[in-house]
Design a protein around this ligand. Structure first.
Ligand code: NAP
Length: 354
């Protein structure tokens, strides 16, 4: 930054401590320049299932975003009339959720609401919901979380695209500051990584499950509609009547619920419900491990594949979405569990409950 002419002062501190934030604001004042804006990008990650997440883990992730943004808001209050931007880096996870990251999702959802709240008071603010940055940053250094986002159909941004989005967010904040008498409440939240065409490509790459949240979550109605307009999966989904008609000729498919029927329709050549379910489960499991189904041994213990709490939670959600069968997280991770035993459980459950 210095090489391109910037005057840089580094102040080390914790954004959750008001004293440190005030010290940073004083350091800015000492430079003799006016404070133009703030970029709040602090974050911590401490993932676990919500029901067993410690209070410490919850707060360590919440605080840098919630307390930190609040401290910046208070410390810069006297500059609000002249601030050009108050930019917070949020995440798409705050909008669509993320397995085993309830604390991180809540912290980012706060930023999105906080930006709106500041704007409602005629103060500049924007929360940029980032999908996933390639090449640099936390996700790049944590490929397992990056892989999870990819499986959800979220498209990565490279460094240059990321900088363009930050540029756009700042430019928009500045133009509003200069032109508007009152802020546009539709603009404080910019969501990235969820372009319909990219999600559609995600759907097309895999036979089941990718990005189903986008098609089924009512908050994603606009994206789902854009995908449907382009002839994507939603329009290709069979209707209940078509499903029942198809199932009438396949004895093992007849009595299962409609969700399971829609999922299993691609496996109608299977000789039984259990074998059809196993093929589908194996396909999904391979996708989660970013490999091909042929590489997966149906009788190998799931824990030996390195299934951790994040993968386990994601797998459980998928099993529910695909079959409406609830297999507990502990059950998935229990010793002795394989894809074959899991498929048997799913088939037994479907046979009993439909
Ligand atoms: N990278 C991505 O793909 C991605 C995707 C979605 C959203 N985001 C968002 O983008 C932002 C930056 O992400 P990143 O990938 O650059 O993460 P990162 O490499 O982990 O950087 C986070 C920074 O926050 C600092 N920090 C944490 N707690 C702090 C506190 N209490 N006070 C002051 N600083 C604190 C950390 O400092 P220390 O290292 O000194 O602890 C670290 O420098 C985050 O808000 C994140 O939610 C990133």
């Amino acid at each position: 930054m210095r090489n391109i002419g910037a005057d840089v002062t580094v102040v080390r501190g914790d954004v959750c401590h008001m004293d440190d934030v005030i010290q940073t604001v004083s350091a800015c004042n000492k430079t003799g320049y006016a404070i133009g804006g703030v970029i709040q990008a602090a974050m911590r990650i401490d993932a676990d299932l919500f029901h067993r997440m410690s209070s410490e883990a919850w707060h360590s992730v919440i605080q840098p975003k919630v307390t930190g943004s609040w401290n910046l808001h208070k410390a810069l209050e006297v500059y609000d009339a002249t601030l050009d931007f108050f930019l917070m880096t949020s995440s798409v996870s705050g909008s669509v959720g993320s397995a085993a990251e309830s604390n991180y999702c809540a912290a980012n959802a706060f930023l999105d609401g906080f930006a709106r709240w500041r704007r409602a008071q005629n103060k500049t603010a924007v929360s940029v919901g980032l999908g996933m940055i390639e090449e640099v940053g936390f996700l790049h250094e944590n490929p397992e979380i990056e892989a999870m986002q990819l499986r959800k159909g979220i498209q990565p941004l490279n460094e240059s695209e990321f900088l363009q989005i930050i540029d756009l967010a700042i430019a928009e904040s500045m133009s509003e500051r200069n032109n508007a008498t009152c802020y546009d409440l539709t603009k404080p939240h910019i969501l990235t990584g969820m372009e319909p065409m990219g999600i559609r490509e995600g759907f097309e790459g895999y036979s089941s499950g990718v990005g189903e949240f986008a098609a089924t979550d009512p908050r994603m109605a606009i994206i789902a509609a854009a995908m449907t307009a382009h002839g994507a999966t939603e329009s290709a989904k069979p209707h209940a009547k078509d499903l029942e008609h198809l199932a009438a000729n396949i004895p093992w498919l007849k009595n299962v619920n409609l969700h399971a029927m829609a999922s299993l329709i691609s496996k109608i050549d299977a000789p039984s419900l259990e074998i059809g379910a196993l093929a589908l489960i194996r396909e999904r499991f391979a996708l989660m491990l970013l490999t091909v189904p042929d590489e997966i041994d149906n009788h190998r213990l799931l824990i030996d594949f390195g299934v951790d709490s994040m993968l386990g939670a994601e797998f459980r959600t998928w099993l529910w979405n695909a079959f409406r069968v609830d297999i507990s997280f502990l059950n998935i991770l229990s010793s002795g569990q394989t894809l074959a035993t899991l498929a048997r459980k799913v088939a037994e459950n479907l046979a009993v409950k439909g």
